[in-house]
Design a protein around this ligand. Structure first.
Ligand SMILES: [Zn+2]
Length: 328
């Protein structure tokens, strides 16, 4: 299917034996609302394995042996049932007028953790300007400014937390080091978006956790540092990996979830798609039942230059999920 994009030169994991320089605060867990059962314990204590709740964006032809967290049909059914249960649960705890009030416009506080191996750019030291640009991209993407639906979500950067720790670099998906990193660094309640930036394992561009009723210490999104606007990840350096992963964090599936049959991605206005679209295959149509593949959707795998929209159905699903899982 045409030329492959340039892949980043992958460096071997530079795990040095030097003393760790942890430049972080561990006081952050103190800000968690009392009502949330935040767990700083490893993911094993959660009802389901952490990787059931996460999903990744991959580069075509990359070294990934598998897509870490593609969901099975049973897993999506479980997630759908859980969201319905979460909505019922919240409704029970609301009384009077509050019972019907749900958010339609949400500003999400964002904390960005920059994981670094050292102080060099290749060691993860990306400038604040790229992070600010990423926040702008999120606001434009979710605000409908790039051509899609206005979702009602906006993003406000609260802080940038720079952490030099060679044992967390690169960030290895599903590793104990990842769990350690997140449980050490994660801050805020269910409504706080924690973004972890670094070099990533397995040629991945990023991955994210889906929302859960019990806040997990692994909650958040992991994004390749050089995928931020102006980064070196050729074809994937306009910030749309961040948008894609935050879509998962707000409970969106891939547009190709479930293929051509069944309820697909559980959104009615995204055409069914048999498999991920890479690059920008205009006119691709892999399912007979509905229109052409949604290759311009943020929840596909196409180039950043190719994807620019969420649909109204996705916007509605994210708001529903917000009110079920992440609203105060
Ligand atoms: Zn994904």
């Amino acid at each position: 299917m045409g030329p492959r994009p340039n892949l980043l030169t992958r460096r071997t994991a530079g795990v040095a034996s030097t003393t760790l320089a942890l430049l972080l605060s561990t006081a952050a867990v103190g800000v968690v609302p009392a009502a949330s059962a935040f767990s700083a314990a490893p993911a094993e204590v959660c009802a389901e394995p952490a990787d059931v709740h996460s999903d990744a964006r991959v580069r075509p032809g990359g070294g990934a042996k598998h897509e870490p967290n593609e969901l099975t049909l049973a897993e999506t059914r479980e997630r759908e049932a859980d969201m319905a249960a979460a909505l019922r649960e919240r409704a029970r705890f609301r009384t009077g007028a509050g019972a019907t009030v749900t958010a339609t416009a949400v500003t999400i506080p964002v904390v960005v953790h920059v994981i670094q191996e050292n102080s060099t750019r290749t060691g993860g030291n990306i400038p604040d300007s790229m992070i600010n640009s990423q926040i702008n991209v999120l606001n434009q993407s979710f605000g409908g400014a790039t051509g899609g639906a206005a979702t009602g979500f906006s993003f406000q950067l609260q802080s940038i937390n720079r952490v030099t720790n060679p044992s967390w670099y690169p960030i290895v998906q599903g590793s104990s080091a990842e769990r350690s990193m997140k449980s050490s660094l994660r801050t805020g309640g269910k409504n706080t978006l924690n973004i972890y930036l670094g070099e990533l394992s397995d040629d991945l561009l990023g991955w994210a956790t889906f929302p859960t009723r019990r806040l997990s210490s692994t909650d958040g999104v992991v994004v390749l540092n050089e995928s931020l606007p102006g980064g070196t990840a050729t074809n994937y350096n306009q910030g749309d990996t961040g948008t894609h992963e935050v879509g998962h964090w707000l409970n969106l599936y891939h547009t190709f979830q479930g293929g051509c049959s069944g309820s697909g991605d559980s959104v009615s206005d995204t055409a069914a798609e048999a498999s991920p679209a890479f690059e920008c295959p205009t006119g691709r149509d892999t399912c007979t039942a509905s229109g052409v593949d949604p290759i311009t959707n943020f929840m596909d795998y196409s180039y950043d230059s190719c994807m620019y929209q969420f649909t109204p159905g996705q916007a509605s699903r994210m708001l529903t999920a917000w009110n079920a899982y992440r609203a105060a």
